[in-house]
Design a protein around this ligand. Sequence first.
Ligand SMILES: CC(C)(COP(=O)(O)OP(=O)(O)OC[C@H]1O[C@@H](n2cnc3c(N)ncnc32)[C@H](O)[C@@H]1OP(=O)(O)O)[C@@H](O)C(=O)NCCC(=O)NCCS
Length: 177
Amino acid sequence: MPAARRQAAAAATGVAAATVVSIRPVRPADLAQVIAIDSIVTGIEKAEYWRTIHRRYGDAERAGRRFLVAEANGSVAGFVIGEVRDWEFGSPPCGWVFAIDVHPQFRLARLGTQLVSAMADWFRSEGVSTMRTILARENTLILSFFRSLGMTTGPFIPLEIDLHHPGFFPIPPGRAA
Ligand SMILES: CC(C)(COP(=O)(O)OP(=O)(O)OC[C@H]1O[C@@H](n2cnc3c(N)ncnc32)[C@H](O)[C@@H]1OP(=O)(O)O)[C@@H](O)C(=O)NCCC(=O)NCCS
């Protein structure tokens, strides 16, 4: 997007040019704002889920996991969560980005790009050379965003099945061995 259009878009979403943005590890005091951003973006409040994620990923000392926030003028404006997974699906250690959200008021101001760039830096520092994510097919916004970072279709195909749908699975529920 040309700089002038980006500035106009940022102004429309309320991001002032003077906004000071820093990317840093999440702190316990950020959790309420993270929960609020997620509920604005997804329409579902999942406080307990986020408390669990914070326990699992919020400890900056914990190997292989990272939970970063973008702080804009003192409040949490977005976050990203990532993890290094070893030899999953036979693949060498790889960095997974599995959640990203930017508050609607702070979009189109490169916060999302800065969050993923910081995550990519951390993956590199962990010795990882590939970054992956997975996204909902109909979420064209997140697809455009990840494509803008240069990400392309990877070598894996997700498969799934409804485990409760009668007749789909070759062995009926509870009959294996
Ligand atoms: C996707 C998201 C993280 C982007 O955050 P952002 O800070 O606005 O993104 P950036 O300003 O860094 O944009 C980078 C690029 O992404 C693309 N992009 C971002 N928003 C876009 C939009 N609304 N339409 C089309 N492309 C868009 C553009 O290519 C943009 O580059 P450009 O402005 O030079 O064209 C943010 O919109 C968001 O949180 N959306 C909801 C995410 C979500 O659905 N999460 C749940 C699943 S994990």
